[in-house]
Structure formats: C-alpha cells, structure tokens
Design a binder for this molecule. Structure first.
Ligand code: ZN
Length: 339
C-alpha cells in the first residue's frame, strides 16, 4: 500500500545493529516514546519444513503459512509450558486450519481441504485467503498448564483474511489497539537440479499499551441498530497509535520475508525517528508434540467397537496429521484395561 511518491523509502544507515537476517526467530521490540510494543517473526527453514512436508496446493500452503506466523506471533508471548492453538472452521474449500504452538519454541500445523474445490478455486483465480476460507470462525485457545483455566477466544470469519480476523480478535476480546501484518512467499533459487523452491514467512505485530488506559480506547466497530440520526460514539484515536499504525501499515510483504533484511533493520527502518529498542530474540522449531504414548492413550480412550474398526491386516496404524509420523500397534496393546 506504499505510495512511492508520498512515502519514499527510508535510507538505512550503515551502522545498523545486525546486518544479517536471522531466521526462525521472534524478536520483541519497544517504541517507548509512543507507548508501542511489538514482535517481529521471521521464518525460514521452520515454515519451509512444515509446508514442504505437507505438499498442499500452493494457495493452501500459503494460507497455512500465514496461520503459522500468526500462531508463533501470539503463542511466543506465553509462559513456560503454555500451549496456544489456532483453529479455523469454515465452509470454504479449506475447511480447517490447525496450528499449535507449545512454549517455548515448538510449532506444528496442518490443513483439511476439499481437493476439487481448491483446484476449482485456483482455476477461477479466486484462491485468496478469504475465498479459500469462506465463512465460519477462528478459535484461539490458550492453555497455560493443568493449574490454569483454558481460555478460548472466538472471532467470525466472513470472507476476510487472517489479518482481518486477528484485528477483530484484539478489538473485541482484548480491547488493545493492535496492527498485524503477515506475509508468506516461495523463494526461488537456482539449484543443481533446476530451480529450488523454499517457503519463507514473516510478520509484525504492533500494540498500543499506554500507561493511562483511557488513551487506548477503541472506536466501536459498528454503531449497531441505533435509531437513525444517532451519531456513533467514535472517540478520536490517540496520536501515538495513529502514527504507529501508519508506520506498520507501510511494511511490504517483501520486507517481512527478505532474507537479507534483519529484524533489527526492519524495525529500525520503521521506527528510527521515535526510537526503537529491541529485546533478545527467541528461537522457533518445527517440531510435533505427538508421541507413541499419546497415540496409545488416545486409542485406549476409544470404544472397543471403534478400535475393532481400525484393525487392518491384524494391526492398528495411526498416522499423525501434523508430522506424518506413523504409529503401529497390535490390537492387544491398546485394549482398555477392564475394571
Ligand atoms: Zn506428529
């Protein structure tokens, strides 16, 4: 959305904090003068590993990549042992996206979709996020361990993008002025056996967290069914937030995924005028949380009838939808103990 005429690219100084980009990290930052906080997510091998292994059609992979960035962005703020699960359930060609983040660093993801409908959407050139998802909802579940309550936030998906859904979520559930940008792309590199494809992804989250809470007030999304002529209550937004949001909305996809542009340089490029402070980055890994023990426990929780239906060639075989790991059991191994 950057207009080059009115928004010339900022000159990057030669003494930037880090010249090289680091992949598979989350970097928190703060713009103290504007009461802004945020996080930058940069994913290289992690998102490539997840998306390449699934080998979904390209637009489905891109959409799942966006969900991975959003999940890492939000899940990485959790404490030790916390789990964050993002799940969509919609009526479009992509029926479901599930991304799980287990603190401090593990992420896994998968999608369920209708092959024919996805192929048709691609053929019609209508395979953007909103068209693929259709209508339904996005659920975000936070599980901070056995002693804490599970928290679930739900937002409606109505043909928009995951960015739109994230804004809606923060507006309604958390009441924190929030701006999110997500980007996913396939990088092409000349390789030995022809072009080498690699997925890259990135994102930035910006939140306005002033000490005085009344400064963070948000305008009502919709005046609702107020009588005609009623002026909706739209308090003016704080200047600091207007400035911060405007700066983040100028971030282009290429800046979020460019392997040559470090996260430090990116935030410096955006916030060098008000001044920005970056904090220690944390790493992210593509790792599933499934195990033979957890699959065994799941099978034992099924009814004997259900288990009997799963037996093929004298064994029960379960493949993890996230990581394709295969677990094979003899029927006797997973029988629920009587009594
Ligand atoms: Zn797995």
């Amino acid at each position: 959305m950057t207009d080059p005429a009115t928004n010339p690219r900022i000159e990057i100084p030669s003494r930037a904090p880090s010249a090289t980009a680091a992949d598979d990290i989350v970097m928190p930052f703060e713009v103290a003068t504007l009461d802004l906080r945020g996080r930058v997510v940069r994913l290289g091998p992690v998102v490539d590993q997840i998306l390449t292994r699934h080998a979904y059609p390209q637009p489905v992979a891109k959409l799942l990549g966006e969900a991975v960035v959003l999940t890492v962005m939000l899940g990485s703020a959790l404490k030790i042992d916390g789990r964050f699960i993002l799940q969509t359930q919609t009526d479009g060609p992509v029926r479901m996206l599930v991304v799980g983040f287990t603190a401090p660093d593990k992420v896994r993801a998968c999608a369920r979709f209708d092959k024919d409908l996805v192929a048709a959407a691609i053929a019609e050139g209508k395979a953007d996020a909103g068209a693929l998802l259709g209508k339904g909802h996005l659920a975000m579940t936070i599980d901070q361990g056995p002693d804490m309550n599970r928290y679930q936030g739900l937002v409606a998906l109505e043909g928009g993008s995951l960015e739109d859904a994230a804004h809606e979520y923060f507006h309604r559930s958390e009441q924190i002025p929030t701006q999110v940008r997500l980007a996913v792309a396939e990088e092409l590199r000349a390789g030995l056996g022809g072009a080498d494809h690699r997925w890259r992804a990135g994102g930035i989250l910006l939140q306005f967290l002033p000490k005085a809470p009344e400064r963070a007030r948000v305008a009502d999304l919709d005046p609702g069914d107020a009588p005609e002529g009623t002026v909706p209550h739209t308090p003016p937004e704080d200047d600091a937030w207007v400035e911060g949001r405007a700066l983040v909305s100028t971030v282009e996809d290429v800046e979020l995924i460019d392997p040559e542009l470090s996260s430090e340089r990116l935030v410096y490029r955006l916030f060098h005028e008000p001044g920005v402070r970056v904090f220690r980055s944390s790493e992210v890994r593509a790792e599933c949380s499934c195990s033979r023990a957890s699959v065994e426990a799941m099978l034992k929780s099924f009814s004997q009838d259900d288990r009997d239906h799963m037996v093929e060639d004298g064994k029960i075989s379960v493949t993890c939808e996230f990581c394709s790991a295969n677990y094979v059991f003899a029927p006797g191994e997973v029988e629920a103990k009587a009594g």
